[in-house]
Design a protein around this ligand. Structure first.
Ligand code: ZN
Length: 247
């Protein structure tokens, strides 16, 4: 082969492999963040709806049917969620186990029926469920349990075609006054570290459990806004809804 042709080929190969390397770095470089809110609708859901419309950030809410049918106000909040294009609604059971988890999960059929009933009552579009009081996962071949109680319920739901999802990190609050336990910087650093670690259920995907207390303060003063403002300018982080969670 003559020299100029060899040169052209090697330059071409170099450019091609560079372009490929670039592509690979970009795709594995992204980190998907799922902001998830449990137990709604509750007082404060109206604020969540307004803020999300204004901020245009995709979030996921895990709904409790018993709260929806409690009164007209809550039904209205649920309708706001239905109409909000940035909010996706998923299943968090009808009764929330009446907060007696051990006894709820000891009767597998009863707990499964409670969740299946919630699915039809709320006409939920996706078979995605978070078990009340449990951080359990069933996604394809992958699964995770946080204890023994609830395992059979999760398995049964998976058989019925449900994706059972938990969370990777929880932003905790003091029950007394709702102030967050982890500071904004702590949360920011945790998310950053989780994004590049093997500690999440799926690599490069961070599911965050957030509580409604975040919406007690005005939005401008809230810690959640501060965290979002830190993450959003960095194109490395992408806010996504649970229906897009990989499996
Ligand atoms: Zn809950």
């Amino acid at each position: 082969m003559n020299k100029p042709v060899t040169l052209i080929i090697s330059v071409f190969t170099m450019v091609f492999s560079l372009a490929n390397a670039q592509k690979n770095t970009t795709s594995s470089d992204k980190c998907y963040i799922y902001l998830t809110f449990d137990d709604g609708p509750l007082n404060g859901s109206e604020n969540i709806n307004t803020i999300i419309l204004q901020e245009k950030i995709k979030i996921s809410v895990f709904m409790v049917g018993e709260h929806v049918i409690k009164d007209k106000q809550m039904d209205t909040y649920a309708k706001y969620y239905d109409e909000n294009p940035y909010i996706d609604e998923y299943n968090h059971s009808f009764s929330h186990a009446n907060n007696h988890y051990e006894s709820f999960y000891s009767n597998v059929d009863k707990s499964v029926n409670d969740i299946v009933y919630n699915q039809s009552l709320l006409k939920l579009l996706y078979k995605i469920v978070r078990l009340p009081g449990r951080n359990m996962w069933r996604l394809g071949e992958k699964s995770k349990n946080d204890g023994a109680s609830g395992i059979q319920t999760a398995d049964q739901l998976a058989k019925l075609g449900y994706k059972v999802v938990g969370w990777d990190i929880e932003w905790q609050h003091r029950p007394s006054d709702g102030t967050p336990i982890q500071s904004v910087d702590e949360m920011y650093n945790s998310v950053k570290n989780l994004c590049s670690s093997d500690k999440t259920f799926t690599k490069n995907n961070v599911v965050m459990l957030i509580h409604d207390e975040m919406f007690q303060k005005t939005w401008e003063e809230s810690e959640l806004k501060q965290l979002i403002d830190l993450l959003r300018p960095d194109s490395h982080y992408i806010f996504e809804q649970m229906k897009f969670y990989p499996q």
